[in-house]
Write a protein that binds this ligand. Structure first.
Ligand code: BGC
Length: 458
């Protein structure tokens, strides 16, 4: 019994490791980029491109690697993503100039995007319905842990050129450790039982479910029957995606757009700069601000993990939209009415409340939902499109945030008021379009979708 338990934790922790690399590779650059800039004598635009090249690579990686998983399985492509992580991390640590760094970052992006499309579907397909919320939240938990580790790594290596190797090379190279773990995990992890049934490998699927469901009341045979009922019913492909699965596509795209348009990465990537430029904080405090955000973000995600199977997803999402909308509105009003020095501390506190609102809800649930809402036959391509949308929206917000901030003469009230509007709009989106998925099997979510389609076309 104990042994089983251990292997289940192993499977979910290693299965979610792609999230750690996602968080690490997007988080590390905030500390490393000024160092790379001076080391390679780059202009601001070039440095900006080094930051955003990962986001471009991620959109491409999600669409290509993620969508291939309906054909080749989740496991093989997870191993491919791990190999790309290894190559990208090594190349970025030994890059010799702008071009080689951009190439390394794009390869890393392909891996990050691939992992972010594969992992949510993989975890959802392994989990039982009672624990799918918390097990799926493991992905976001890993993302936030990755971001926190990146900030800590920035802090540890800054100005320490160990063994005569520049600090930023250590920062970027430290991603090799989780990349190696993901690679080993990828080899040891089982293939998704749902993918196996879809491909007619029923006995293999039964073996995997035998390992995963050690609870007496779980009956793998019944689960196999349920999966068989929905698999082979439909052919998959783009036609199905735009007909039967269209409501799921709307949910995936909408949820990912809003997850970014509420401005989370203006905080995660740029807050130190905001405090330096907007509130005249010294650079030495900036890195501590990052660590503070990283800790709040991670700790609140642990809380999300604990409540995810107990509270409806929609309720948590709407709660998060309101908390973000209200804290951002208050922040904007304060910054337009108070002096800079009077606004600094309340701004910091309101940002902590805003992160709480995001990390308890939209952070984990966006990734959870894209693994849940699609029918089996188009789950790979569906999560790939959802994930790519997230990266494109992330790219847009990250590109324009500093420009908009400058337009408002470095008053954060400006861009944050825009984010507040999206936070309130996201509430309506959830209420109108998002189905409740808690405590339903993936197969019954799929049946609801099919019934909706057949009723509409009667
Ligand atoms: C988002 C990332 C963000 C992170 C913050 C994720 O869910 O997709 O863009 O940086 O949460 O924790």
């Amino acid at each position: 019994m104990k042994k089983h338990h251990l292997s289940i934790s192993f499977i979910f922790i290693f299965g979610a490791l792609g999230g750690l690399l996602f968080g690490f590779d997007t988080g590390i650059i905030s500390g490393a980029s000024p160092l790379i800039e001076s080391s390679f004598h780059l202009g601001t635009e070039q440095t900006g491109f080094i930051t955003s090249s990962v986001l471009i690579g991620s959109a491409i990686g999600a669409l290509s690697i993620g969508s291939l998983s309906d054909k080749f399985g989740r496991k093989k492509l997870l191993i491919l993503a791990a190999i790309l992580f290894l190559i990208g991390s090594s190349l970025s640590a030994i890059a010799t100039g702008f071009i080689s760094m951009v190439i390394a970052r794009i390869i890393l992006g392909l891996a990050v995007g691939g992992a972010s499309a594969l992992t949510p579907a993989y975890l959802a397909e392994l989990a039982d319905k009672e624990h799918r919320g918390s097990l799926g939240t493991m992905f976001q938990l890993m993302v936030t842990l990755g971001i926190l580790l990146a900030y800590v790594s920035n802090l540890v290596f800054l100005n320490h050129n160990l063994l005569g190797i520049r600090d930023w090379r250590w920062m970027l190279g430290s991603a090799l450790i989780p990349a190696i773990l993901l690679f080993i995990g990828g080899i040891l992890l089982p293939e998704s039982p749902r993918y196996l049934v879809e491909k007619g490998k029923v006995q293999e699927a039964r073996n995997v479910l035998g390992i995963l469901r050690n609870n007496q009341k779980d009956n793998p045979d019944q689960e196999i029957k349920d999966i068989q009922k929905v698999s082979h019913q439909r052919k998959g492909g783009l036609k199905e995606l735009f007909t039967v699965a269209r409501p799921a596509l709307v949910v995936a795209i909408g949820i990912m757009l809003f997850q970014q348009l509420v401005g989370i990465n203006a905080v995660i990537y740029f807050l130190p700069q905001v405090f330096m430029k907007g509130f005249n904080f010294p650079a030495s405090s900036a890195i501590w601000i990052s660590v503070g955000i990283g800790i709040v973000n991670f700790v609140v995600t642990v809380l999300a993990y604990l409540i995810m199977d107990r509270v409806n997803r929609k309720t948590i999402l709407i709660f998060g939209s309101l908390v973000m909308g209200i804290s951002l509105t208050a922040l904007a009003i304060l910054n337009f009415t108070l002096s800079i020095s009077a606004a600094a501390i309340p701004t910091m506190l309101l940002i902590a409340v805003y992160i709480f609102g995001f990390a308890i809800s939209w952070g984990p649930i966006a990734w959870l939902l894209i693994g849940e809402v699609f029918p089996l036959s188009v789950r790979g391509i569906g999560t790939a499109i959802g994930s790519a949308t997230n990266w494109i929206a992330n790219f847009i917000v990250s590109q324009f945030f500093l420009t908009i901030l400058a337009e408002f003469h470095y008053n954060v009230g400006g861009p944050f008021a825009i984010f507040a509007v999206f936070a309130f709009l996201s509430w309506f989106f959830v209420a109108r379009y998002v189905p409740e998925t808690r405590n339903k099997s993936l197969e019954s979510i799929e049946e609801d979708l099919i019934n909706r389609y057949t009723n509409k076309n009667k």
